[in-house]
Design a protein around this ligand. Structure first.
Ligand code: MRU
Length: 343
């Protein structure tokens, strides 16, 4: 099974996703600041993978401490460094909170125990992620019929998690059940996670995938070439409004107009009950050069004004269901999400 991020020999190791698909390089970090930078630079990306990497990075930062004089302050500095990396995926803050809870519980123990407890918690978060994705896959697979074609946007696969994936986990589970499922992958400008990552990992697994540019989705829907849409999520508000990779909203509107079911697949850690609706979800704005350049090649006048929001919000009325590890939440979402989260 493809694994995106792990802890080995006192280092956080991850597949450097900025290099895919040209090169398969394992980046290795023994400094937590480098782990945080890797999240900012999107060497590792995707909401669950960001959360797990931050947890491992926090454990790494504490394990490397030599002096305990400023333990509480150092923990705060490390967690704040990770909290500043990317604002939209709530899994990041969820993972930081889990690490903080362990730290607060163990803070008066001896240092070797504190270090081990934090590392154990980070490893637990990583292992849980795989099981959660498999469970999402099993619930989601029931929604797919033999012979269907699924459109997905961005990469909500093994590369966006520790392994297996959320939206792509659903496809993997349906195929494992013996169904013949084909995938259409939006390229996902500006950073091409669909083209570079989704196509790469599906091909590696021998799953039938066809790449399209983002603007082709509506045409294919009209031509009845797409049966379902399944995407991931970076943050789901209490009412089901969902932030995901920029362009997801356009796909959802197109799916509605063409009567195609549109599903979100995400772990419960992506649900943020403190946010009432999607309008309150913070949207990351990224560097303009990500739009002006493709793979180092200038594709627009070099000083042209640019907008580069990394995510958009799809309102709950466009969503047919939210597939989680505890089952599928459906409208009315406020109630179904409350039930599924026990919140
Ligand atoms: O900017 P990215 O590549 O981190 O954005 C990733 C997405 O939008 C994914 O769809 C989302 O995180 C779900 S991953 C299972």
């Amino acid at each position: 099974m493809l694994r995106t991020v792990w802890f080995e020999d006192g280092k956080v190791k991850l597949i450097d996703q900025t290099k895919l698909p040209q090169q398969e390089i394992i980046a290795q970090y023994d400094d937590y600041k480098e782990v945080a930078r890797a999240i900012v630079d999107m060497e590792v990306r995707g909401a669950p993978a960001i959360g797990v990497t931050a947890a491992l990075g926090i454990a790494l930062g504490i394990c490397k401490l030599v002096s305990l004089e400023n333990l509480k302050k150092d923990f705060l500095t490390i967690t704040e460094t990770f909290a500043k990396t990317r604002p939209t995926a709530v899994n990041l803050f969820w993972a930081i909170n889990r690490m903080r809870a362990v730290f607060e519980k163990e803070v008066n123990s001896d240092i070797s125990h504190i270090k081990q407890s934090l590392l154990d918690e980070a490893l637990k978060i990583a292992e849980e992620d795989i099981l959660i994705n498999q469970s999402i896959g099993n619930y989601g697979a029931k929604l797919l019929r033999d012979g269907e074609t699924v459109l997905t946007h961005c990469n909500a696969g093994a590369l966006a998690t520790v392994a297996y994936g959320t939206a792509l986990g659903v496809i993997r589970a349906a195929i494992a059940e013996g169904k013949n499922i084909k995938v259409i992958a939006d390229e996902t400008r500006p950073l091409l996670q669909g083209a570079r990552l989704t196509c790469w990992e599906l091909e590696k697994d021998g799953i039938d995938v066809t790449l399209i540019t983002d603007s082709m989705a509506g045409y294919l829907m009209k031509e009845k070439k797409i049966d379902k849409v399944i995407v991931g999520a970076d943050r789901i508000a209490a009412n089901g409004d969902t932030a995901n990779k920029i362009g997801t909203y356009s796909v959802a509107v197109l799916a509605k107009a063409n009567n195609i079911p549109f599903y979100i697949a995400a772990p419960i850690s992506t649900i943020d009950l403190s946010i009432n609706d999607g309008s309150k979800i913070p949207i990351e704005q990224r560097n303009a050069d990500e739009v002006r350049f493709i793979d180092g090649l200038l594709v627009a006048p070099k000083d042209v004004k640019v907008k580069n929001p990394a995510f958009d919000v799809t309102e709950n009325e466009l969503i047919s269901g939210i597939i989680t590890e505890k089952g599928v939440a459906r409208a009315p979402y406020r109630q179904s999400i409350k039930k599924i989260t026990g919140g």
